[in-house]
Write a protein that binds this ligand. Structure first.
Ligand code: GLU
Length: 301
């Protein structure tokens, strides 16, 4: 909370920007924290490290050899990871976490290559070495941990439900009998809704924005995924969409890394632990405007 006061100005600016976004809801790629065309400039929040002292990380060695970083992200999650369809510009909390890590490792924006990878393909992309690390609403789970490592967590949210704004019969996951629920292949929310609840049916797509289209078209009754993701869609179209009920899981977001790269994992965890001001600034810019609350979690031991 100490940092909140200091950064109140940023929060207010972001809130004002969100008002513009809400009025402008024709643009599905606009993210909270932007005015729909001008992404918030977060580059002043960190400097590119010129004295990196990181030994024993095969991933970092590969970055140095390549003279650049390849980061896996999402491109359709407002407030978290968005790619502007016109300019190609990437914005969002997760994207900035990825940038902040790259800067700590000595790489500037021109040296970052972003690769959009859907939920189902994340572990494989890391195992194959297609990306150096992944930042995109990626929950730390035991089964994923068998194939890769996670730094963090850097954010905690919970699974929720998104419905049409005029829906009155779904108020939580126990109201899904006979309802069609949309989620994303390979995601934890899809698995949980099937394993622990009894929806009438489930349909799955590669991305949550595809589910939003289905919901708006009336082909599905609800979408389930993390509230932080759902709140971003609501912020863009508050007259069309709403979150139903309370979160019913704990999703702890981590940075996906190559299995066994403990040196890089420790590096990122130290960055998070020592970087509370930066974390808070990013939260206030990207997530708070959508009504998301949260505090920076401690990283795992
Ligand atoms: N956090 C959940 C997961 O990692 C859902 C969000 C996503 O699909 O990225 O599966």
């Amino acid at each position: 909370m100490r940092h909140r006061r200091m950064l109140a100005g940023i929060g207010l600016a972001a809130a004002a920007a969100l008002t513009l976004t809400a009025c402008n809801s024709g643009s599905p790629t606009a993210a909270p924290g932007t005015d729909g065309g001008e992404p918030a400039d977060t580059s002043s929040l960190w400097e590119v490290n010129t004295e990196v002292d990181l030994a024993g990380s095969p991933t970092y060695d590969r970055m140095v050899e390549r003279d650049g970083v390849v980061v896996g992200v999402k491109n359709d999650q407002p407030g978290l990871g968005i790619e502007d369809a016109t300019t190609g510009e990437r914005t969002g909390f997760d994207v900035d976490i990825a940038r902040w890590i790259a800067a700590s490792l000595g790489f500037d924006e021109e040296q970052i290559e972003y690769v959009t990878i859907p939920s189902a393909n994340r572990e494989q992309a890391i195992v194959n070495g297609d990306i150096d690390y992944y930042v995109g609403t990626y929950s730390i789970t035991d089964s994923r941990d068998e194939q890769i490592d996670f730094a963090g967590p850097y954010f905690i949210t919970g699974q929720g439900l998104l419905v049409a704004a005029d829906n009155e019969d779904i108020a939580g996951p126990d109201d899904l009998a006979g309802k069609i629920v949309c989620s994303v292949t390979g995601s934890t929310p899809l698995q949980r809704i099937r394993d622990e609840y009894s929806p009438g049916d489930t349909v799955e797509y590669d991305t949550y924005s595809q589910c939003v289209e289905q919901l708006k078209a009336g082909s599905v009754d609800a979408i389930t995924t993390d509230e932080a993701i759902l709140a971003g869609y609501v912020a863009l179209e508050p007259d069309e969409l709403k979150i139903a009920g309370e979160p019913f899981s704990e999703e702890r977001y981590g940075v996906g890394l190559e299995e066994g790269d403990t040196a890089l994992k420790d590096w990122i965890n130290t960055l998070f632990t020592e970087g509370g001001d930066t974390w808070t600034a990013l939260f206030d810019i990207h997530l708070a405007p959508a009504g998301i609350s949260g505090e920076q979690p401690d990283v795992d031991e």
